[in-house]
Design a protein around this ligand. Structure first.
Ligand code: DGL
Length: 286
């Protein structure tokens, strides 16, 4: 007999990003929780979010979460720093009973680990301007110098699968030129698109700089929340993975295979790709 609870347990984890960046979080989630069903939503029709006003990002994120919940998601992961900075508080207020896992630049672990006392944070303008980010630095930098770097143009290049090569290297060099004489030893990847640029970043910055990616910690938090709510899918069957975009299906499908295809097992699991419309529902007045 299927109970409401067993139906909920087999419901997907909804993972959201403006584009393909959140796949860097998705791959850590499925590494840790291989039996879970997942529903990945990329709002590529409106990406990038990083330069948009925060009220707009907040409204877009609410619409995306409403859509994922409408599809039956049992837990939401906002796999986007920009969307988390703009909307996490109001999302949790609007859906108090829904587990929502968000993210923030990993300033705390980087500040604890630095030997030089200089940490870089590479993120979108939206993330760096948010009050959430200044509070994070106030709380956790602890005397460490935090150098912020806006990754202007990088999200667009990842969306086009331009991950290596002279053009992206030149862009990265340009972004880091103001701090080239500062002995940064840890660089926080404050946007979920950037882990896909690790090779390029490492080449430009040198192997001595440690890249700090919060995605594994987000996956562990997702696992903890599922356990706390007794929502883990434990039937030993691989859950389906659905990937949907509000943008162009062929290029999205290609990106998913390029970026995380290595992690895709070709066992009995159902993998599907789809283009969807996410209508912008009005935000409730706080
Ligand atoms: N992956 C998003 C983030 O983590 C990218 C934002 C964008 O669309 O500009 O911030």
């Amino acid at each position: 007999m299927t109970t409401i609870h067993s139906r909920l347990v087999s419901s997907p984890i909804g993972v959201f990003d403006s584009g393909v960046g959140g796949l860097s979080v998705w791959r850590e989630i499925v590494r840790l929780l291989p039996h879970e069903a997942t529903l990945y939503l990329a709002d590529q029709a409106r990406a990038p979010y990083g330069e948009r006003p925060s009220t707009e990002v907040e409204a877009l994120t609410h619409a995306a979460v409403a859509w994922l919940l409408g599809q039956g998601a049992k837990l939401i992961v906002i796999a986007c720093n920009t969307a988390s900075a703009a909307a996490l508080t109001s999302l949790r207020r609007r859906w108090p009973d829904t587990p929502i896992v968000g993210m923030e630049p990993a300033v705390k672990p980087a500040s604890q680990a630095t030997k030089t006392g200089h940490v870089g944070v590479l993120a979108t303008p939206g993330t760096l301007r948010a009050s959430r980010f200044s509070h994070l630095v106030e709380r956790f930098a602890n005397g460490v110098q935090v150098h912020t770097l806006m990754g202007t143009g990088l999200v667009e290049m990842v969306e086009r699968n331009e991950l290596t090569g002279s053009e992206i290297e030149a862009k990265v060099r340009d972004i880091f030129s103001p701090v080239q004489n500062i002995p940064i030893d840890h660089l926080v990847l404050g946007c979920t698109h950037y882990p896909f640029l690790s090779e390029t970043l490492q080449r430009v910055l040198g192997e001595g700089v440690v890249l700090v990616d919060p995605a594994p910690a987000v996956a562990r938090q997702t696992q903890r929340v599922l356990q706390q709510r007794a929502l883990q899918k434990n039937d030993g069957q691989p859950g389906p993975w659905r990937f949907v975009t509000t943008g162009e299906l062929a290029s999205f499908t290609e990106s998913v295979w390029i970026l995380v295809g290595d992690g895709m097992d070709d066992d009995a699991r159902a993998i599907s790709f789809q283009c969807v419309e996410v209508s912008s529902s009005p935000m409730p007045i706080a």
